[in-house]
Design a protein around this ligand. Sequence first.
Ligand SMILES: [Zn+2]
Length: 421
Amino acid sequence: MSLYKTYIFPIHPDDQEQARQISRCAGRIYSKTVSTVHKLHERKDIWLSESAMKKLIRLYAEDFLTHAQSEQAAVEQYYKALDSFFVKRKSDDTARPPYRTFKYQNVVYKESAITRMDDKVRFSNGRKGTPLYIKVEYFDGEIKYAEMIYNTYKESYQMHVVVDIESNIQVEDSDKVMSVDLGQIHPIVTFDGDNTRIYNGGKLNSFARFQNKELSRLQNKMSRCTKYSRRWRKLNRAKKKLLRKTADKIKDVLRKYTSTLIGYCVDENIGTIVIGDIKGIRENIDYGKKTNQSLHQWIFRRLTDMIEYKAEFVGVNVEYIDESYTSQTCPACGNRYKPSGRNYRCKECGFEYHRDGVGAVNIYKKYTVGSLERKSDWLEGVLASPVGVRYTPHLRCSADWNASPFRTGHSKVASAEKAAV
Ligand SMILES: [Zn+2]
C-alpha cells in the first residue's frame, strides 16, 4: 500500500523573514508570468508556451535566492490555471484566462530540493540562497514534494510536506485484539489473549533521572544569577540543549519500541490495538517546563502518537478505553484490591500473575468482555508468563516490517547525504 500523506510543520520564527522573502520571489515570478502571457496574447494573439516561459523566467529570476525548481514551479502554477481556462473556454464563452497577480505566492519545493537528514529536513534555496531546515520528529518515507504556505490564522509560514509511504504489509481483517498498558516503570505492557510482553523501562528511566539531576543543577545555578544576564543566558542555553538531547534519546527508544510493537501486530495478525487511556494523555504538554510527572506524560503522548501513526500504516485500528481500576482488579473474578510485591495474588479466587501484566490483561478484558467485574472463563487456565522486550540500539522486529520505509528511508537518505559531502 502506498499512501500520500501531508504533514504540516511550523517554520522557525527566526526563519519567517526568509520565508517571506522566498514567497515574495515566487509571487514576482508568478506575476511576471501572468503579465508576459497576457501581453503576448493581446499584442500578437499567441499563447506563449510553458517551456518558453520557463526559459524567460530562468533569466528573470537569475539573482533570486530561490531554488531553480521552485522558480519553475511558480510558472507551472500559472500554466495549470491557464490549462483549466482552455478547457472551460470550450463550453463557456465568458471564461477568462487567469489574470490576477499576487505579491506573495506559495513556494513549491520539488523532490530534488529536499534532503532528509537525521532529525531535520533541508529545503534548498539554490546555490545562492540559504537553505531552510525543518525539525521533524518521527516520520520516515519518501518526501515527494513540499509547499510553503502562509497561514493567515497563525500569521506565519508553514511547510506542507507530502510523503509517499509505501507499505506492502497490511493486517488482514482480523478480530484479534491487543491491549496496551502504558506506565512509568514499564513504558508499555501488551496482552493479546495469550501473551504478555513487557517493554523494559530501564533506559528511559535512566534518561529521565539523568535529566532531572542535571536540570535541577542548572536551575539551581540560574536562580543565583540575574535573570537575562549573560551567565543566565548561557545556562539557559545549556538547559535547552539538555532537554533537546534527552528528548532525542527518549524518542529513539520510543521509535524502536513502537516499531517492535507494530511488527508484533503484523506477525500475529492483530487487527485492533486498545490503549488504556490515562487521564491527561491526550493533552498536549510542553515538556521540559514541568516536573517528572509531565515528562512521563510527554512520553505517553509520544508513544500513543507513534502507535496511532504506525498502526494506520499497516491497517491496524487503534482505540482507547478508560483504564480506571485495571491495575487493581483481579482479571479472573473481578475482586478489587491493591497488590503489593511483585506478584498479583487474588485472595478471593487464588488467581496469580506477574503484577506488571495485570493492567494489560484487564484492559484486554474490559474491551473484549465489556466489563472488569464480569467473570471471564478464558482466564481460568494459567496465563503464560510475561516476556520482556529490552531496548538495544539495533532492536529488530519482524523481518517484513523492517523492510518498510519507516526504518530504511531514514538511513538511505542519511548515507546519501554523507556521500555527497
Ligand atoms: Zn480473583
